[in-house]
Write a protein that binds this ligand. Structure first.
Ligand code: NAD
Length: 290
């Protein structure tokens, strides 16, 4: 397939390289990064998309997505599909889908989970919103870049699934970390805490698969000095998107709101920037009730 790939950063580079390795004809554009192996460079985003059947974007945020979409939609070939894999606000995803539809093109919002490791290994999960026919066109590409693609519904449904999942993740990580810090102060051994909770009703992905306590449970960023992994500032980005969406939809999300405040303070006022999001545990360890 002829593919244009816009945004070749930490995630886009290995995703585009995997598409090229699978035999697709990939043209890339990024104002700041070199082209990955097998990808032909274009001098502009509009130049990259001209004969592409699928245009994939992997960009930092909704404002940049909106400006890139405004530039490339008029240059896209009839029948081409725009697939945005960035994590952006639901409103931007829906606005881009409307703009594409007005130009007679289909668009999908297809954010991912799995991080740079999943992008490199081709094991991402795609959460996808948009029309059935566009999903069918993009599915073979999702199968190269990932191991699972869930068609969640219409425009914005992929972003909605992503931020709801990550709101649960942020809240649960904080709950797991504060419980470990409480267990420490109660004199409970961390391994015993893990043995009980991981097989009891407090279990979760954050406890069982990504345990924030070093040396406990399967290997995780906690065992590597809390080097990310999934950086605290990316968790904060996703929590903020969840609260923006909750505001637009008039949804009451008190736990999500508190998790957003805690990660905001951790990243912006404490030493959390550049640390894995599970470094909330050493944060709580150092704190007392007052
Ligand atoms: P990144 O900052 O490394 O890459 C973004 C790239 O977009 C940069 O190389 C930048 O130069 C490029 N860009 C900016 N403006 C552009 C334009 N006008 N045209 C073309 N390219 C442009 O970010 P990343 O870590 O690759 O993340 C990309 C997206 O994926 C974000 O929305 C992020 O939230 C999401 N995401 C990241 C991870 C992760 O672990 N890094 C995991 C899941 C989702």
């Amino acid at each position: 397939m002829k593919i244009a790939f816009l945004g070749l950063g930490n995630m886009g580079t290995p995703m585009a390289a995997n598409l090229a390795k699978a035999g697709h004809d990939v043209t890339g554009y990024d104002p700041a990064t070199p082209m990955p192996a097998g990808v032909t460079g274009a001098i502009s985003a509009a130049g990259a998309v001209q004969d592409a059947e699928v245009v994939i974007t992997m960009l930092p945020n909704g404002a940049i997505l909106r400006s890139v979409a405004a530039e490339v939609i008029p240059a896209m070939a009839p029948g081409a599909v725009l697939v945005d894999c960035s994590t952006v606000d639901v409103d931007s995803a829906r606005a881009v889908a409307e703009q594409a539809a007005a130009a007679g093109l289909a668009a999908l919002d297809a954010p991912v989970s799995g991080g740079v490791g999943g992008a490199t290994a081709g094991t991402l999960t795609f959460m996808v919103g948009g029309p059935d026919a566009a999903f069918a066109t993009a599915l073979p590409l999702f199968e190269v870049m990932g191991q699972k693609a869930v068609h969640c519904g219409g425009p914005g449904a992929g972003q909605a699934a992503k931020i709801c999942n990550n709101m649960i993740l942020g809240v649960t990580m904080i709950a797991t970390c504060e419980a470990f810090a409480l267990a420490d102060k109660l004199g409970l051994d961390r391994q015993k805490m893990f043995d009980v909770v991981s097989t009891s009703s407090g279990y979760s992905w954050t406890m069982n698969a990504y345990c924030p306590a070093p040396g406990v449970g399967p290997a995780s960023p906690a065992d590597n000095g809390y080097k990310p992994g999934f950086a605290a500032e990316l968790m904060l980005k996703d929590l903020r998107l969840s609260q923006q969406a909750a505001g637009s939809a008039d949804a009451d999300t008190p736990m999500g709101a508190l998790a957003t405040l805690l990660y905001e303070s951790f990243v912006e006022a404490e030493d959390g920037r550049g640390m894995d999001f599970s470094a909330m545990l050493p944060r709580f360890e150092k704190r007392s009730r007052g």
